[in-house]
Write a protein that binds this ligand. Structure first.
Ligand SMILES: CC(C)(COP(=O)(O)OP(=O)(O)OC[C@H]1O[C@@H](n2cnc3c(N)ncnc32)[C@H](O)[C@@H]1OP(=O)(O)O)[C@@H](O)C(=O)NCCC(=O)NCCS
Length: 176
């Protein structure tokens, strides 16, 4: 298992508690990332999906690990070219695919650290805006995104497999 010391050179802007490390995800981490996802979120994805995001956008696929090297959170993004909402132009967007933090490590700023570090790196793809979907009842996540100045611009009806609606939230990359 990767130790805290060994990965220290590979770290980003980390948490102040010195016990949680934010760093780039590697192929060896994928099983642990999937474990966190399956425990913490109803949306799950096949292994190849994670692998393709890691292959294509490795700089913004980050993990949080505890002092013992255990993966306790992750965030992954992809870059997309889609039509803008207000014109026929195509714009480049950083799309937040998934973020989760293990229950026992929540409310310590881990998600904030994952978001701020990954938003800084995905910006390098010259994105016009950051976009994401969130369940309309996921108050803690909505609050988190609002702290980063994301705004609700739309509701996607029955976006999730169980029929729940999603808020579509965006943030102009120049405002981040
Ligand atoms: C949403 C989630 C990622 C937040 O992780 P976290 O590490 O606990 O978040 P942080 O400690 O960095 O908190 C950042 C901000 O999020 C908001 N927040 C987090 N947990 C909250 C809660 N239980 N109630 C209200 N607001 C909350 C607050 O605005 C908080 O800032 P504050 O501490 O200054 O009040 C975590 O709850 C989670 O993994 N949930 C399950 C997966 C999920 O819903 N992912 C999002 C899918 S769109």
């Amino acid at each position: 298992m990767t130790t805290y010391k060994k990965t220290k050179d590979n770290t980003l802007d980390n948490l102040k508690d010195q016990e949680t490390l934010i760093r780039r995800c590697t192929l060896d981490d994928l099983d642990a990332v999937i474990e966190v996802n399956e425990r913490e979120l109803p949306e799950d994805y096949p292994y190849f999906f994670y692998k393709s995001i890691l292959d294509d956008f490795p700089e913004s696929f980050l993990v949080a690990q505890n002092y013992a090297g255990k993966i306790i959170g992750y965030i992954m993004w992809r870059v997309e070219k889609t039509p803008s909402l207000d014109s026929l132009r195509y714009v480049t967007k950083g799309h937040l695919v998934s973020i989760a933090v293990s229950q026992e490590y929540r409310k310590r700023g881990v998600a904030k650290a994952l978001l701020s570090n990954s938003m800084a790196t995905i910006k390098k793809y010259k994105i016009h805006e950051y976009v994401l979907e969130v369940r309309v009842t996921n108050y803690s996540a909505i609050k988190l995104y609002e702290q980063f100045n994301f705004q609700i611009v739309n509701i996607k009806k029955k976006y999730y497999r169980d029929g729940e609606n999603a808020y579509y939230m965006t943030l102009n990359s120049k405002k981040s």
